[in-house]
Each structure stands twice: as C-alpha cells, then as structure tokens.
Design a protein around this ligand. Structure first.
Ligand code: HEM
Length: 447
C-alpha cells in the first residue's frame, strides 16, 4: 500500500457559519419572541475555548455560555429563585446593602469629582452591593476591592479583543499575549474567590443558611446539577466561573448605565431638576414603594440610547436561520442583535438622538414600553429578549433607581465649568461606555 492510502481520512469540514446583523426591532421581535425556540444558543467565545484547553479540554459552563437544556434550566432556576426573585430582594434585604454603599459613594464623591473619579466610584459602590449579594457579609472590604479590580480588568481585556486580528506573526503574538492576560486575570480571581467558596461549603455543613438574604454562592454549593440520569454537585472551579459571571454581569452594566444617565442629567439641567422634584416629594425611605414614574422614564431613556451591553448574540441552526434570511439558509448563522441601533431606529422612535424621558410617560409615544420587550412588540431590548433574556433585570432596575435617586438628592450635577459641553461619544467594547469618563462639578445639597 502506498503511504497516501494509509493516511487517516481528513476530518469533516467545520460547518459553515455566516454572520448576520439585526438592527431593526421588528425583525428582532420576529426572531427572539415569535421564534424563540430557534434562538436559544449563543456562539462560544474564544476565551472559553482557551480556558477549557487549560483544563485539559473540560469546558465549564456559566448561565450565559451553557447550551439550552436541563443544565441551563437548573442554573437559571437557581439564580432566579434563590437570589434574584423579588421575594429575596425585598426592601428589607436589598435596602440596607444599598444604603451602606450609597453612603460611602456620597462621601467619596463629596471629597472631589475629577475626571474618571465618578466612574470609578460608581463601579466600586455597585460592586459592593453585588458582592454582598454574592458572598454575604463574610467577605471583607479589602478582598471585595481586589476582586472588583480583577473583574473590571478582565472585562476591559475582553473588550479589547480584535475580532479580525489578521494572520501576521505580530497579530498572532498580540492575540497570544492577550489570551495569556485574560487567563492571568482569571487565575487571580480564582485565587481570591476560592476561600469564599470554601467558607460557603463550611456554612452548608454547619447547616446555617446565612439568613433571609442567602448569598448566591451558598445556593451554588447546594445546587445539584442533572447529569446522565442522576445529579451531581458543582466543582469549585465551576462555582468560580458562575460567581465571576454574577459579579461581572451585575456590576459593569449597572455602573455604565449610571454614568450615562448622570451625563445626560448634567447636559440637561431641566431633566435633572424635574427628577429631583419627583424623588424629593414625600417619604424618601418609601421611594420605590410610592412609585416614581419619571425616575423610571429617565432610566429607560438612558437604556434606550446607551444599552450598556451592545450586543445580544445567538448561534442559529440553518433551518432556524431561514426565518431571518428567507428561503433555505445553507449555513448556520451567528446573529448579532445590535441593541444600540434598535433604540435609535428611526422607524420606531421619534427624534431618536434626543434624550427625552417624557416619551415613556402616559401619553408619550412609548408609554407602554418597559425594560423587556412586550409579547406583541419589541421597540428596544437593553436586557435582551427570548428565552435567554437577562435574569438580573429586576435587580438592575432596583439598584439604578435607588442610586440615581440618592445621587440627585445629595448633589446638584453640573459641567466642570460653564464652557464645557458634555461629551456623549460612545466607546465600543465589551460594554458601551462613555469615551471620555464623566467629569462633573458636584455641589452638595443641604436638605
Ligand atoms: C443595567 C444592567 C444590565 C444590563 C443592561 C444587562 C444586559 C444583559 C443582556 C443584553 C443580556 C443578554 C440577553 C440575551 O442574549 O437575550 C444579559 C444576560 C444575562 N445577564 Fe444581564 N444585564 C444587566 C444586569 C445584570 C445583573 C444585575 C445580573 C445578575 C446579577 C445579570 C445577569 C445576567 C445573566 C446570568 C445573563 C445570561 C442569561 C442566560 O443566558 O440565560 N445581568 N444581560
């Protein structure tokens, strides 16, 4: 036999995948809401492939990456019912965590608000709340700050990934360095989180459930995942990845949204004053209970114009893809739903580039629009849509409302000098941040 006849047959070619972008909210509705079952999977990002290689090919899943099915359902049900459910996040549980974080934020901002400082302080304050929901009271402030800085680092590094790096040696080297940097962040986060996971296992064996507001990590050490007809515990490394997802998904988007919203309040003092009048009117401790439609409208308007997560991603099989491209699609699709463009779609929104919260009030063009798409219509989707919409939407809206209310009650927000115009240029990345960090002159209000 010739050597060529003994050669192993070549591996089957990888299935062709085409990329398809969607910017029209009506098309997104057809796909994610009306054909939800065909749009359940996300493409696998290279970072997770590299992480798996380091673990000898074993891929750990978090809620965002896990294929749709029993594993996803178990993780999603756990986060929703054990941590994010309104009964868990009742005012009695969330309010004290927020109060402490807001008090520290106000103190830090009172001490000076140079460029970049507002952004850093917002991120640190939101992280405190999310970290306490994740780990409970057991975590000390130094460790919280260290984890916060590593989680931020990994998000910035993911945002810097060049999607088409080219094939030159230099490009390959840059890509390799970048992946190493991501893995180093991940290793440091693992080191910082492992003692907290061990502490949670200890609490479990002591049969102490950590109180009414049970930390997310406690629910994870007790979770039994379906596997091969039976059930199994999660390993420490799997819990690290789920915790990292919780901390990252929770903090980054919230801090970015607060910064954008404050920037618009600086640019439009009339909106700021109207908002202040609403939150100042009546019992402040009952803010969320008494209803604050303008506060809700300001936040929705900010999320419409600047959805912090710029994309929702799906991997769609060729037959499901036909609903999008028409006829018979001959390849799978990676579908990019471009959330920012949907919020500014000219067919859907009047004067989409104007920040006008009134549009979400009764009588406005978007009075029935909320943070999630409706059954009949999608006009914006800052928290995604379909089966994989964001489970943190309730927590996110609660935190955004209480932080924003406190920040306009405590301070008057103005540009650093009267001559400065607020720069609202966006920076594309893992999150859509302000290109130039918000710089503001803060005057403490005496109330
Ligand atoms: C302003 C704040 C937030 C924004 C704008 C946001 C946005 C999003 C978006 C766009 C998605 C993708 C949805 C899709 O593909 O259809 C998502 C998914 C997700 N978010 Fe959020 N999010 C926020 C806060 C949070 C918080 C506070 C948490 C939890 C602590 C969270 C946890 C998650 C998780 C676990 C997923 C994956 C869901 C799944 O695949 O089943 N997010 N988020």
């Amino acid at each position: 036999r010739s050597s060529s006849s003994r050669r192993a047959p070549p591996p089957p070619p990888a299935p062709a995948v085409a990329v398809h972008k969607i910017t029209d909210p009506a098309v997104a509705h057809r796909a994610l809401v009306e054909n939800a079952d065909a749009f359940t999977e996300r493409p696998v990002l290279p970072f997770f492939v590299n992480l798996a290689k380091r673990r000898g090919g074993r891929r750990n899943e978090n809620i965002s990456t896990v294929p749709y099915g029993p594993h996803w359902r178990a993780l999603r049900r756990n986060i929703t019912s054990e941590t994010l459910h309104p009964s868990r996040l009742g005012l009695g549980n969330l309010a004290p965590l927020q109060r402490e974080a807001i008090q520290d934020l106000v103190a830090a901002l009172s001490a000076g608000a140079g460029a970049g400082l507002v952004r850093d302080q917002l991120r640190a304050a939101v992280f405190r709340v999310i970290a306490r929901l994740c780990f409970g009271d057991a975590v000390d402030e130094r460790r919280v700050r260290a984890i916060c800085s590593q989680v931020h680092g990994i998000q910035v590094a993911i945002g810097e990934i060049n999607p088409s790096p080219g094939s030159s040696m230099l490009a390959k080297l840059a890509k390799w360095r970048h992946q190493r940097q991501l893995l180093a962040f991940h290793a440091r986060i693992t080191q910082l989180c492992l003692p907290l996971i061990i502490a949670a296992r200890q609490r479990r064996s002591n049969a102490n459930d950590g109180g009414v507001c049970r930390p997310y990590v406690d629910s994870l050490v007790e979770l039994r995942l379906p596997e091969g007809g039976g059930r199994r515990d999660l390993g420490d490394d799997e819990i690290v990845d789920l915790v990292l997802e919780f901390l990252g998904a929770g903090t980054g988007s919230l801090a970015v949204c607060l910064e954008w919203t404050l920037a618009h309040l600086v640019a439009q003092p009339d909106v700021q004053e109207k908002l202040r009048r609403e939150v100042d009117d009546g019992d402040r401790s009952q803010l969320i209970l008494r209803g604050t439609p303008y506060l809700q409208a300001v936040i929705l308007e900010s999320l419409r114009m600047h959805p912090p997560a710029p994309l929702a991603l799906r991997h769609v099989q060729a037959d499901g893809a036909a609903t999008l491209v028409g006829g018979a699609a001959n390849s799978d699709l990676v579908v990019l739903f471009i959330l920012g463009e949907m919020g500014r779609d000219k067919k859907t929104w009047k004067d989409p580039d104007e920040f006008r919260p009134e549009r979400f009030l009764p009588g406005g063009e978007a009075e029935s629009v909320g943070p999630l798409p409706g059954r009949k219509e999608t006009r914006m989707m800052p928290f995604g849509a379909g089966h994989r919409f964001c489970p943190g939407v309730g927590l996110a809206m609660a935190i955004l409302k209480s932080f924003l209310a406190a920040l306009v009650l405590e301070f008057e927000w103005a540009p650093p000098t009267d001559a400065v115009v607020v720069d609202l240029t966006e920076l594309e990345g893992f999150l859509k941040t302000m290109k130039k960090p918000l710089s503001a002159r803060l005057t403490r209000r005496t109330t």
